[in-house]
Ligand binder design. Structure first.
Ligand SMILES: C[S@@+](CC[C@H](N)C(=O)[O-])C[C@H]1O[C@@H](n2cnc3c(N)ncnc32)[C@H](O)[C@@H]1O
Length: 262
């Protein structure tokens, strides 16, 4: 379970105590067929400390020294390196910790695009207070404000509610090799997003959802419909699944239906 030296250095450079990579989760998602390979991919992060330091610097500079809304950025990196997807889709960007790690892995793969959707939540006043959402944009910042400049070139970032933008995006894409839900955490919304991407999920794709403590049975129901297990990251409510490698993911009658209201 202990990550190698490179991953450990990256973890320290990012500075979020929750983000130490959980290899068991990766093994569960990837089928644990190549543990050494996975360790090697995590270890690569030791050569990318400038990215982790830059994310941390940007967080500090915006007055959010301990901010990192996504707890498994290094696993995202390893998944993209291993799966080598053509298209990665995520909903919920905020400062962009997840996005930066997807982008870094795609850059390293030398192929593939990250498509991100975010409807920003704005900080109410000049100072961050207890009344603000922890994901609120600091004044003068835009969605993805912590993503280093060197990673942004091929980033397809779309601003608006996923209720409207996700169906449009999915129509444009031939396949989705990795999907991360990290936007509005309600059961109805998660089901809407999962059912929207379902028809384009490639065989062997990975689907992840964070904060599932708020989304009831939505993710387990989706996993059951695909006849695969839910893979939980430790004792947290960050979960994932692997779409069967077989021909087509089982279709659910009627498609995504109407999105929940905006
Ligand atoms: C938990 S944060 C995302 C954290 C991000 N993945 C990271 O690594 O830092 C959730 C984000 O989703 C946005 N959001 C909330 N509802 C949304 C919706 N309906 N569509 C798109 N984005 C939404 C929030 O404003 C916020 O920026």
């Amino acid at each position: 379970m202990t990550p190698g030296k490179g991953a450990e250095r990256a973890f320290r450079a990012l500075g979020d105590p929750r983000s130490r990579p959980n290899r068991r989760w990766l093994d569960g998602l990837l089928g644990s067929s190549d543990r050494e390979g996975t360790d090697g991919l995590l270890d690569e992060l030791g050569a990318c400390l400038d990215v982790e330091r830059e994310i941390r610097r940007r967080h500090r500079e915006a007055g959010r020294p301990t901010y990192a809304q996504f707890r498994a950025p290094f696993e995202l990196y390893a998944l993209v390196r291993r799966l080598r997807p053509e298209h990665v889709v995520e909903t919920g960007v905020s400062s962009g910790v997840s996005s930066a790690h997807f982008l870094l892995a795609l850059q390293k793969n030398g192929r593939g695009t990250l498509h991100s959707i975010d409807r920003p939540t704005l900080q109410r006043g000049r100072r961050f207070t207890a009344r603000d959402s922890p994901v609120a944009l600091p004044p003068g910042r835009a969605t993805g404000w912590a993503v280093p400049d060197g990673l942004r070139a091929d980033w397809d970032l779309r601003i608006g509610p996923s209720q409207r933008l996700l169906p449009e995006l999915v129509r444009e894409l031939p396949t989705v090799g990795l999907f991360l839900h990290d936007s509005l955490h309600t059961a109805g919304h998660l089901t809407f997003e999962l059912e929207t991407v379902r028809p384009k999920l490639s065989p062997g794709a990975v689907v992840l959802a964070d904060n599932t403590v708020w989304t009831g049975r939505a993710f387990p129901r989706f996993a059951r419909s695909l006849e695969v297990p839910v893979v939980r990251r430790g004792r947290t409510d960050l979960v994932g699944l692997r779409v069967p490698e077989g021909p087509e993911p089982p279709a659910r009658g009627g498609g995504a239906g109407r999105p929940p209201s905006l």
